[in-house]
Design a protein around this ligand. Structure first.
Ligand code: J2J
Length: 556
């Protein structure tokens, strides 16, 4: 079976041929790219996690052993595996083992909870779920029990650390004494083909629950290689992995995969705080890292009175949300490194300021796309191209941008144009030289300091409360996170019932009990008697955003 995974949209053949002919798609898989690197420089340091220091040969070997063990346990090519791991080295053993098997990781965030994980398991029909025992005070085994109860397709849970009733990853990898189940020899697996889907990434979402994004080996490796080139990575690059390891930015822009491609070293940061990150930068001579804007602010404030030497740092990438000019202009003076703005999306398109761009471009734009074959259209509401320099909806198509979400035929009809452009939901304008400036958003999403919240998802949760009649989630300005989430809620009169009307704190508790990621709990809840409507009878979110912004401005 050489076709794409069912439920995925292939590139039309003429595009695929073109991307191959131009050398973007090379036919190499992610698993093979690690193998190649391990054969070229087996003794080079590849991964540092706490006191553990692995070479490329170490990682390659562990990957093969796990792949063999997973196969022995019945995992098959194209089966899906939800991977929810914190920033630890095992993440890469798991990913590459799955890549080599041709099984597909589904990258959940460590902050996701039952409601999201069950959704991913069901959506992807996952047969396995891989977690750490605990992290940041949270026990993932408890979560796994709840998830198993609601996800009939799950056959196994694999745990990094203390596995309790589940399967231990260490045992599978033969790293516990007396385990003979695994073969230490690299198995000759029928490796997947590069045009096939390698994994499912998460979308930020805007309508309902987050969609899954199928990325192929060919398209992803192209974006990784090109990103590594744009960022000047080499075998001497050292990347501090600060943001969640499975996020598209951290993984591929150029991220950990870019570093592995270049033969450099990835250092895992258990927490994104300066207290954890700065000593690691000083000790491991980190050269490059990636942050969201609020973290960049925290680092700048902490760096003023720092004790650590951060002079090894050459490049700080900032992306995921709008970077303010005030923060942008402090980075080089305070941290002594270059700034790079990154505007990207898990669906594909990534745009970078270049290392040799003048300062004003770096500070005031979100860069230009990776590829000469990234097609960009900036259009009005009727899909007509706007005049040069004007703001419009960003549509894009190209060698590493998906043509459809996973098993979402209906949603794909409006998320993509008939000729295959992805509707990013971002409002941008293009400056001379092809530089993009993100001016806003048309999608119904809150970007809470880089963490995306689909309004409809949270409104659904609120509407599940018996005393909520209607709810609308909108962004409100925040000096630190850029945006936070505010819910406007209409309550039902509790006529005839003895129940008191719920307070904001009750609604928050209700949401927490539904087990959703903490960052999605509204920062503010406003009880109202009615919600403003637009001409066509939809809730007027623009009016609500204005209302909460005014309330906040008045309250200052
Ligand atoms: C404003 N908004 C931005 C920026 C992303 C690299 C970097 C980021 C992501 C990412 C990524 C922005 N300024 N600099 O995948 O590979 C908003 C836009 C975009 C959405 C995508 C990568 N950088 N955004 O953030 O899939 O609204 O990817 O459409 O999480 O984040 O979110 P996500």
């Amino acid at each position: 079976n050489t076709g794409l995974l069912a439920g995925c949209t292939p590139w039309p053949p003429e595009f695929a041929e073109r991307y191959r002919a131009l050398g973007y798609w090379t036919g190499q898989t992610l698993g093979e790219s690690l193998r190649q690197r391990a054969q070229q420089s087996p003794e080079r340091l590849c991964l540092i996690c706490g006191e553990r220091r692995w070479t490329y040969a170490d990682l390659d070997f562990k990957v093969d052993r796990l792949a063999a063990a997973l196969m022995a346990r019945g995992l098959k090519p194209r089966e899906r595996v939800v991977v929810q791991l914190p920033n630890i080295a095992e993440f890469f053993v798991v990913c590459f083992a799955l890549f080599r098997l041709g099984a597909l990781p589904v990258f959940a965030l460590a902050t996701h909870r039952r409601s999201e994980i069950v959704h991913f398991c069901r959506m992807s029909q996952a047969c396995a779920y891989i977690i750490s025992d605990q992290d940041n005070g949270f026990d993932y085994r408890t979560l796994a029990r709840e998830v198993c109860a609601e996800s009939p397709g799950l056959r196994q849970v694999i745990v990094v650390g203390e596995a309790q009733e589940f399967t231990s990853l260490d045992a599978l990898c033969g790293e516990q004494s007396g385990v003979t189940e695994v073969s230490a020899e690299p198995l000759s697996l029928a490796s997947p083909q590069a045009h096939e889907v390698a994994f499912l990434q998460l979308s930020g979402g805007s309508t309902g629950l987050p969609k899954l994004i199928p990325r192929t080996h060919d398209d992803y490796l192209y974006s990784v290689r090109a990103s590594a080139g744009i960022c000047g990575l080499s075998a001497s690059s050292v990347y501090l992995c600060v943001l969640p390891v499975g996020h598209n930015f951290t993984l591929s822009s150029p991220g950990s995969l870019g570093i592995f491609w270049a033969g450099g070293c990835v250092v895992m940061a258990g927490r994104p705080t300066p207290e954890v990150a700065f000593p690691l930068i000083a000790r491991e001579l980190v050269t490059i890292t990636a942050l969201v804007p609020p973290l960049a602010s925290i680092w700048l404030d902490a760096a003023d009175g720092r004790r650590q030497d951060l002079s090894s740092l050459q490049l700080l990438q900032v992306g995921g949300a709008r970077l303010s000019a005030e923060v942008a202009c402090r980075i080089t003076p305070v941290l002594g490194c270059r700034l790079q703005q990154v505007f990207g999306m898990a669906e594909g398109l990534v745009s970078y300021t270049r290392l040799d761009d003048p300062e004003d471009i770096v500070q005031a734009t979100q860069g230009r796309p990776i590829s000469p074959d990234d097609e960009i259209r900036i259009v009005d509401d009727a899909d007509c191209e706007v005049a040069p320099g004007q703001v419009g909806h960003l549509l894009t198509r190209g060698p590493y941008t998906i043509r459809g979400y996973y098993q979402a035929a209906q949603h794909n009809q409006y998320a993509f144009t008939p000729d295959g452009f992805y509707r990013t939901g971002d409002l941008v304008r293009m400056q001379e030289g092809g530089y993009l400036i993100v001016e806003g958003r048309s999608k119904d999403q809150i970007n809470r300091g880089g963490e995306k919240i689909a309004a409809a998802e949270i409104e659904e949760h609120l509407l599940a409360h018996p005393q909520v009649r209607d709810a609308a989630l909108v962004a409100m300005p925040d000096p630190y996170l850029g945006e936070r989430a505010c819910a406007f809620v209409i309550l039902r009169e509790s006529t005839g019932s003895h129940h008191q009307l719920p307070a904001a704190s009750d609604l928050r508790r209700f949401l927490r009990e539904r087990s959703i990621a903490g960052y999605k709990i509204p920062d503010r809840i406003e009880m109202v008697d009615c919600l403003p409507k637009t001409g066509v009878g939809k809730i007027d979110k623009r009016a609500l955003r204005q209302r909460i912004a005014q309330i906040l401005a008045g309250a200052v």
